[in-house]
Design a protein around this ligand. Structure first.
Ligand code: HEM
Length: 651
C-alpha cells in the first residue's frame, strides 16, 4: 500500500520517494528511525531503545534493500545426506545446493550506482595522494591491537575475493601528482564481469571464496584446497612442529587461503589449525568409533562455529564499543535472556528471545545468501595496517617490569608473503602473538593509508608474487567504481540514511573540508565511498563509520541466520554432544589462546579482550547497566516488554 502522509517536510526530501512504496507499518517504522537520525543519536539512547532502533533499521533493510544477483532456480537435494560443511560451500541452503558455493555471484544491498561519473573521475591517484596516503601513523588507541587487525583479514579471506579477468588495465598518475606517487603507473587485472541472466540481464561479479562462515580460510574453498591441508589421519590438518603453518617446496604456506598473506594473518591460521586438531583429539577420546572423515567434518563444524562466535561476541564488541552493541551482539548469539535461559528454553520463543543461532530454519528474507559488493566496499580497511611490527623482547621481561623492552621494529613489507613467513619462523608464535597484542593498529581515517601499500607486491591465488606492483590506495578507489558500487551520498540514501548536503555535514575537521573541496569541488554526490567512510565523524566508541556500520548490521546477522549449520543443524546430532559443548564453552579469543598457550594471557594480558591493547586496563565488570544484567529482575521485566514490542513489529 502506498503511504503518502509521510512524504512531508518532516522526511528529508531526498528520502521521501523511498517511503512512497512502503506498507503503512513500514512507513511508520521508517518515520521513527528517520526522526531518531534527524534529532538525536540512537547510540545515546538507553540500551533497549537503541536496540529497538537497530532492529527496526535491520527490518527495513531486509525488506527493501537486498537484491538477488544472478538468481537461479531451485536445485533440490537431500539435506540429510549433507550434515557437514562441504569443501566448496555447496549443500548448505536447504532448497538450492549451489547457494553460497565457490564461484557464485556477489549480491547487492542496493542497486548499482546511477550517478554516471567516469572510472577516473576524479583520478584515483589524486585521491590516493591527496586524501588517503599516510602522513604520520595514526593509531586507534587502546581499542584495537594488531591481533584485531589480522583477525579481520582472517575473516575477509574466509568470505570474499573477487574473481579476476585475464585482461589487464593500466592506471597512470596524472602529472599533478606523479612526482609524489611511488608508482607513476601500474597494471592490474580487471574484475571478471559476467552476465547474470535471470531475474533480468545485468552484470555481476563472482566470489572465488565461499561466503559462508565455514572456516575456508584454513580449510580451502574447494576439493583441491581441502586435500592440500588435510593429513587424512584422525581428522587433522597439517601443522609444522613449531606450531606454525607448514610450507611447500616454494616456501608458500599450506593453508586454506594464501593470497596476500602476512605473518600476523598466517599466525591466526596456525592458531585455528591447532584448535581444529585439539577438537579432533577431544572428539576421538569421547567417540573412538569416529573415522578420519567424520572427525574432520565434526571438527570443521566446531572450529568454524568457534570462529563465528568469537567474531560476534568478542571482536565486534571491541570494534563498536558501546553498551548497545555489546548487548546487541550477545543477543544475536544468545537472545535477549542470555546464555543460561537459552539453554533452558531453546528456540521455543523465537530469535528475539533466543538469538539467531539455533533457529529451527535458516532465514534469508527471500534473497538467497551471498555477501555483497557493498559489504566488500565497507570492509576496505587497509588503514588498520601499521608501517612496522614492534617485536617485544619477551625473554628479558620480568613480572616487576611491566613495560617490556622492544627487541626490533620490522617494516611491514618484510612481514609479507614468503619473506614474512621466513621472519615469522625465526620469531616464533609466542613472541609474535604477545607483540601483536601489545601494538595498536591504525585508525580508519583519512591520510592514514599505509604508504608501503602504494608500492605493493600483490599475490595471486596460489600465494606467488605478481610481477606488477600496485598502488593499493588508488586501486581501491578504482575497484568500487569498476563494480558500480554507489558513491557515498547515493549509498547513504539507499541505506535510508540522511545524505549530506555540504562537506560540513560529513565532518567538522577544517583541513578535511578544504581537501575535499579541492578535489570534489562542491559536488557532494561525487564523493567516493571510501573517502566518505574514512572522513565521516565517528560515533564515540566506534572504530568505523556509521555508514559502514549500517551494512555491517545487516550482514553480521545474515551470516548466522542464513546458514543451515548455525540454525537447523546447530545441534548435537550434527556437531556431536561434546562438539556443541566445546562451542558453548568457548566465548572469546582469549579462551582459545589459553587453550594453546596456558600461561600466556595470565602473564601478558591485563585487558579483558585479546583484541584490545594487552597492556590496557580490564573493562570494569559492572560496565553493563543494571537493566541489562541477566541476574537482575529489572532486566527480565524490561526485556519481556521489549520482546513484545519487537515481536509485534516484525512478525
Ligand atoms: C598485509 C596485509 C594485507 C595485504 C598485503 C593486502 C592486500 C590486498 C590486495 C592485493 C587486495 C586485492 C586488490 C585488488 O586487486 O582489488 C586486497 C583486497 C582486499 N583486502 Fe587486503 N590486504 C591486507 C590486509 C587487509 C586487512 C587488514 C583488511 C581489513 C579489513 C583487508 C581487506 C581487504 C578487502 C575487503 C579487499 C577486497 C576483496 C575483494 O576485492 O573481493 N585486507 N588486499
Amino acid at each position: 500500500m502506498a503511504f503518502s502522509p509521510f512524504s512531508s517536510s518532516l522526511v528529508h526530501p531526498q528520502l521521501q520517494h523511498t517511503v512512497a512504496n512502503m506498507s503503512l507499518l513500514d512507513a511508520i517504522i521508517f518515520y521513527i528511525i528517520h526522526l531518531v537520525d534527524k534529532f538525536g543519536a540512537w547510540h545515546r539512547l538507553p540500551v533497549l531503545l537503541g536496540l529497538a532502533y537497530l532492529g527496526m533499521r535491520r527490518h527495513l533493510h531486509q525488506r527493501y534493500n537486498l537484491l538477488h544477483v544472478g538468481g537461479s532456480k531451485d536445485q533440490k537435494y537431500d539435506t540429510r545426506e549433507f550434515s557437514y560443511r562441504t569443501a566448496d560451500g555447496t549443500c548448505n541452503h536447504p532448497l538450492n545446493y549451489l547457494v553460497g558455493s565457490q564461484g557464485r555471484f556477489f549480491g547487492r544491498n542496493m542497486p548499482p550506482a546511477t550517478s554516471g561519473y567516469g572510472l577516473l573521475e576524479p583520478h584515483p591517484s589524486i585521491i590516493a595522494k591527496k586524501l588517503l596516503e599516510r602522513r604520520k601513523f595514526v593509531d586507534c588507541g587502546k581499542q584495537f591491537n594488531m591481533i584485531a587487525c589480522s583477525w579481520i583479514q582472517f575473516m575477509i579471506h574466509d568470505w570474499i575475493d573477487h574473481m579476476e579477468d585475464t585482461e589487464q588495465v593500466e592506471i597512470r598518475a596524472p602529472d599533478e601528482v606523479a612526482e609524489g606517487c611511488p608508482l607513476k603507473s601500474f597494471r592490474f587485472y580487471k574484475n571478471k564481469k559476467v552476465q547474470t541472466g535471470s531475474p533480468k540481464p545485468e552484470i555481476g561479479f563472482l566470489n572465488s571464496r565461499t561466503p559462508w562462515w565455514d572456516g575456508s580460510v584454513i580449510y580451502g574453498n574447494n576439493n583441491d584446497g581441502m586435500i592440500k591441508v588435510r593429513t587424512f589421519k584422525d581428522g587433522k590438518l597439517k601443522i609444522s612442529g613449531d606450531g606454525l603453518l607448514e610450507h611447500d617446496e616454494k616456501g608458500i604456506p599450506i593453508s586454506g587461503d594464501v593470497r596476500n598473506c602476512w605473518a600476523g594473518f598466517s599466525l591466526l591460521q596456525a592458531l585455528f589449525v591447532k584448535e581444529h586438531n585439539v577438537v579432533c583429539d577431544m572428539l576421538k577420546e569421547h567417540c573412538p568409533d569416529l573415522d578420519d572423515e567424520k572427525l574432520y567434518r565434526h571438527a570443521r563444524l566446531v572450529t568454524s562455529a568457534v570462529i563465528a562466535k568469537i567474531h560476534t561476541i568478542d571482536w565486534t564488541v571491541e570494534l563498536l564499543k558501546t553498551d548497545t552493541l555489546l548487548a546487541g551482539m550477545r543477543i544475536n548469539w544468545y537472545g535477549f535472556f542470555g546464555k543460561k535461559i537459552k539453554d533452558l528454553i531453546g528456540h521455543k520463543f523465537g530469535p528475539v528471545c533466543s538469538g539467531l543461532v539455533g533457529l529451527r530454519r535458516p532465514r534469508d528474507h527471500g534473497i538467497p545468501y551471498s555477501l555483497t559488493e557493498e559489504f566488500v566496499g565497507v570492509y576496505r580497511m587497509h588503514s588498520l595496517l601499521p608501517d612496522k611490527v614492534i617485536l617485544l623482547d619477551i625473554k628479558s621481561a620480568t613480572s616487576e617490569n611491566r613495560s617490556t623492552p622492544v627487541q626490533e621494529e620490522v617494516p611491514m613489507w618484510e612481514m609479507i608473503g614468503k619473506q614474512g613467513e621466513r621472519r615469522l619462523a625465526k620469531i616464533g608464535m609466542e613472541q609474535m602473538l604477545i607483540s601483536m597484542g601489545h601494538q595498536s593498529c591504525g585508525a580508519v581515517t583519512l591520510w592514514n593509508y599505509p604508504s608501503w601499500m602504494r608500492n605493493l607486491v600483490a599475490h595471486d591465488a596460489d600465494g606467488e608474487d605478481r610481477p606488477d606492483r600496485v598502488d593499493m590506495a588508488a586501486l581501491e578507489i578504482y575497484r568500487d567504481r569498476e563494480r558500480n558500487v554507489a558513491r557515498y551520498n547515493e549509498f547513504r540514501r539507499n541505506m535510508l540514511m540522511i545524505p549530506i548536503s555540504t562537506w560540513e555535514d560529513l565532518t567538522d575537521d577544517e583541513e578535511v573540508i578544504e581537501a575535499l573541496h579541492e578535489i570534489y569541488g562542491d559536488d557532494v554526490e561525487k564523493l567516493d565511498l571510501q573517502v566518505g567512510l574514512h572522513a565521516e565523524k565517528k560515533i564515540k566508541g566506534f572504530a568505523i563509520s556509521e555508514t559502514a556500520f549500517s551494512i555491517f548490521l545487516l550482514i553480521a546477522s545474515r551470516r548466522l541466520e542464513a546458514d543451515r549449520f548455525f540454525t537447523t543443524n546447530f545441534n548435537s546430532s550434527t556437531y556431536t554432544d561434546k562438539g556443541l559443548e566445546w562451542v558453548n564453552k568457548t566465548e572469546t579469543l582469549k579462551d582459545v589462546i589459553d587453550r594453546h598457550f596456558p600461561k600466556m594471557t595470565g602473564k601478558w594480558m591485563r585487558c579483558s579482550s585479546a583484541f584490545s591493547l594487552w597492556s590496557s586496563d580490564p573493562t570494569p565488570r559492572n560496565c553493563i547497566p543494571l537493566y541489562l544484567r541477566p541476574a537482575s529482575a529489572c532486566y527480565v521485566l524490561v526485556s519481556i516488554l521489549a520482546c513484545f514490542f519487537l515481536i509485534s513489529c516484525f512478525q
